[in-house]
Each structure stands twice: as C-alpha cells, then as structure tokens.
Design a protein around this ligand. Structure first.
Ligand code: PFF
Length: 452
C-alpha cells in the first residue's frame, strides 16, 4: 500500500519544484560526463545528435514521468500499480530502482573525486603543473586504494544526511540557492578558456559539425547521455513528479528543466574545449578530461586559486543534488512498498551503495579481478546504465504512455484537469507513441550492427 496523497510530502513553491528537478538533472553528467563523451565522439557531431535527442525524446519522456508520478502519488514501482490496478508494469519501476543503485555505485566515486579536488585546490596543488603532470596526478589518485574511498564515504554520508532531512526541507532548500551560482562560475571560466591562445579551435570542435562523424556509436552515446543528463528512464522524475502539486504546470517545468540542463552542459563544453586545444590535451582523453583540463585553466587565470576552490565545491554541490534524487528513488520505493521508516531505508541503502562504490573505485586501481571483459567495473557500470538501461527504461515508458495508458487521463493530468491549454498534446502523443520508441529501437539496432 502506498501513502495517501495528502500524507505525502510535497515540494513547496513553484521555483522550488523547478530547482529540485533541475538540481537532479544538473550534475556530474553535465560537467564531467558530457565533455568527455563529446570529446570521444566527434565534438559538434555529438552535440547535434544530443540536442535532437533532448528535444524530441527528452522533453516528452520527462513530461510523461512527471505526469505518471503526480497522477499516482507513489514511488516508481507503486505508481504503475496504482495507475493500472495490476502488477504488469511494475517491472519498469524495479528496473529503475536497480538502475539507481548501479548509477550511484560509480557516481558516488566521481562525486568523491570532486571533494578531493576541492582539497587539492585549497592546498594550491595545481600550480606549476603541466597537463601531463596533472594527468599523472589524477591517475595516481584515482587508482589509489584508500584516498578515493575516504571521500566517497564522506559523500555517501552527506547524501544520507540530506535525505533524512526530508523532501521539502532537504532536497528543495539545497537545490534552490546554489544552482545559479554554478552557472556564473561556468560563464567566467568559459570566458577565460575561450580567450586562451588557440581557444577558438575548441569552439570549432564543439560547434562546427562534421556530419561524417555521426556513426551508430555516436548516436547511442548521445541518446544515453541525453537520458542520463536529464535524469530520465529510471523513474527519478516519476518520484519527483509524485511530490508535485496539482497546480504545477508540468510542461513548463519540463521545458525549464531541459533548457537549464542543456545550457549547463554546453557551458561546460565551452569552458573545457578551448582550453583542451590551447593546452594540447587530447579531447578523447576520457573520464579524466575535466579533472586535467580545468586545473590547467586555473593556473592561467587571475584569481585562479579561488576559482579552483569555488568550481570544485560547486561541482560537488551539483553532484549532491543529483545523488539525493537518485537515492530518493530507492528510498521512496523501499519505504513505501515495504512500510519501513525512511531512516532505516536510508541507512541500509547507504551501506549497500558504499559497498558498490568501493568495488567500482577499486576496479580503477590494481584490483584486476574487478574487470569485466577487460574493462574496469566502474566503466562497465557507466556503460550499462547510460547506454542500455536508461534508454530501455525510456522505451518502456513510451510504450506505456503511447499504447497502454488512457490518452484522456494523461491529457487530464498534463492540463491540470482542463485548467491549462493542451494544444501540444497531439504532438506529444505522436512522439510518445511512434517517434520515441522507434528512435530508441533504431539506435539500439543500428549500434548492434543489425541495420547494416
Ligand atoms: N542527471 C544527473 C547528472 O547529469 O549528473 C545524473 C542522474 C540523476 C541520472 C538522476 C539519473 C537520475 F535518475
């Protein structure tokens, strides 16, 4: 049994709703993952496919998740049971809970790295280092046994703390203030990066597409990145939708969150790629790209010491608003479905997540037994969740909305019971019924080589 609507906590102000959902969306995915994925997959070609995925798949899927959550007022799995009256679709929810667990197992590790880099910035460690030195320092740190785990544990504890403060007081309050601040820092960093020698090369890389670079692999990466960055395909936005109020405008919220998320990703790209070209770093360097490039920028910047501290601090804050939302999926599910107190669920899930994070962090070090198919567990978790589970979850949600759930009910929810205009509805329904499922399937098949 799930809690009655009036007994569940709700987000407060309208701005708070957008801030919480945007806080979930904006995170390591924008600043750490987007630049390295773009760097490995052709820059502007990747960005182009990414934006198409965000607009044509991301917005309608986010809208659907909000509507499912708010209509059911329940956790990700309970929502499908409540809406359909049977258990046939709860698999989407269970897959979502599993995905949240797998994502957090590597996300907590990277979030921990951001804390280490705050500490390094405070001790002025970047000064006088070449990009090669910075790269060696990064690898030394991440492949160390204990140091990354120390920061990961701190991050897991901080997330648990906010989760226990409850939805409205915890999640909303933290998201509201700090996001705009992050944007300002990114803008200042972008200006410095673009004005570095040879910086324009980086802008060309990011914005001048070479269409021949659009391969099946690029499409799958861009699709996965769109879902990851917008927190879609695993019920996170269903869970947040369940805390929204009847008078919130879901379309407006989805558009605002998507715009903010995309701007932050592009800003991160503009802050990073000009410097990558200026400093002679390989754009396809992978997960270390941000951690090597930006310290290089700070050393070329007046006030770089302070900027470095602020940047990594804000990165950690952007990460925590996302870890909160990811762990909330697990917490809401277990506490509602199994009638356990939030306290117990947060404690137990944090412990389990810490174990997952330990394994994925150690897989980057000397523990080769944690390799799967020659790849560290860390990379496998990243790949499996972004490139398979999230798009697959999105596909299932599209099938549910497009073909199973009553269109009139969804229209009723999206228009707040007829109070808002819903002229967009036929386009939305078309996208969910045909475009989203076909696009995801085509990209999957194409990547598997089945279309050649
Ligand atoms: N959107 C987050 C980011 O870009 O860092 C990551 C994320 C959060 C993914 C919540 C999925 C999710 F449900």
């Amino acid at each position: 049994m799930t809690l009655e609507p009036q007994k569940r906590t709700k987000f407060g102000s309208k701005f708070g709703v957008v801030a919480a959902a945007a806080g979930s969306a904006v995170g390591l995915g924008n600043i750490w993952k987007f630049p390295y994925e773009a760097g490995q997959h052709g820059g502007a070609a990747f960005l182009l496919v990414y934006i198409l995925c965000v607009v044509l798949l991301g917005v309608p899927v986010m809208l659907s998740e909000f509507a499912i959550g708010r209509r059911a007022h329940a956790n990700v799995s309970g929502a499908f049971r409540k809406l359909t009256g049977n258990n046939h679709w709860i698999g989407i929810g269970l897959l979502g809970v599993l995905t949240a667990f797998l994502i957090l197992s590597f996300y907590f590790v990277v979030a921990g790295w951001s804390l280490e880099y705050v500490a390094q910035a405070v001790s002025n460690n970047f000064v006088g280092k070449t990009p090669a030195d910075l790269s060696v320092a990064f690898t030394d740190f991440t492949s160390d046994t204990y140091r990354p785990l120390f920061w990961t544990a701190i991050f897991v504890a901080l997330t648990a703390f906010v989760l226990l403060a409850g939805v409205e007081k915890g999640i909303e309050r933290y998201s509201k203030v700090l996001m705009p601040f992050l944007a300002v820092i990114l803008i200042l960093l972008s200006i410095r990066s673009v004005t570095m020698p040879n910086g324009l090369e980086g802008l060309k890389f990011l914005f001048k597409p070479d269409f021949s670079k659009i391969t099946p692999q690029v499409m799958l990466s861009a699709l996965g990145q769109a879902f990851f960055s917008l927190s879609l395909g695993m019920g996170c936005m269903i869970t947040y939708g369940s805390y929204m109020r009847k008078q919130n405008n879901l379309l407006q919220t989805a558009v605002q969150v998507t715009v903010v998320d995309t701007i932050v990703a592009i800003l991160a790209g503009v802050a990073i790629f000009p410097a990558v070209f200026s400093l002679g770093i390989n754009p396809a360097e992978g997960p270390q790209l941000v951690f090597v490039t930006l310290p290089g920028v700070f050393t070329h910047m007046t006030g770089g010491y302070l900027f470095a501290i602020l940047f990594f601090l804000l990165l950690a804050i952007a990460a925590i608003t996302s870890t909160i939302s990811l762990q909330e999926v697990i917490t809401a599910y277990i506490s509602e479905e199994f009638h356990l107190s939030r306290k117990k669920v947060v404690a137990a899930s944090s412990l389990l997540l810490m174990i997952g994070a330990v394994l994925s962090s150690l897989s980057l070090g000397p523990y080769s037994s944690l390799m799967i198919n020659g790849k560290p567990l860390f990379e496998v978790l990243d790949f499996v969740t972004s490139k398979l589970f999230l798009p697959f979850g999105g596909l299932l949600i599209a099938l549910f909305i497009g073909w199973f759930y009553k269109a009139d009910d969804i229209r009723d929810e999206l228009s707040n019971g007829g109070k808002l205009k819903s002229r967009f509805f036929p386009i939305y329904l078309f996208l969910m019924r045909y475009f989203v499922p076909l696009a995801i399937l085509l990209i999957f098949f194409n990547e598997l080589g089945l279309l050649r």
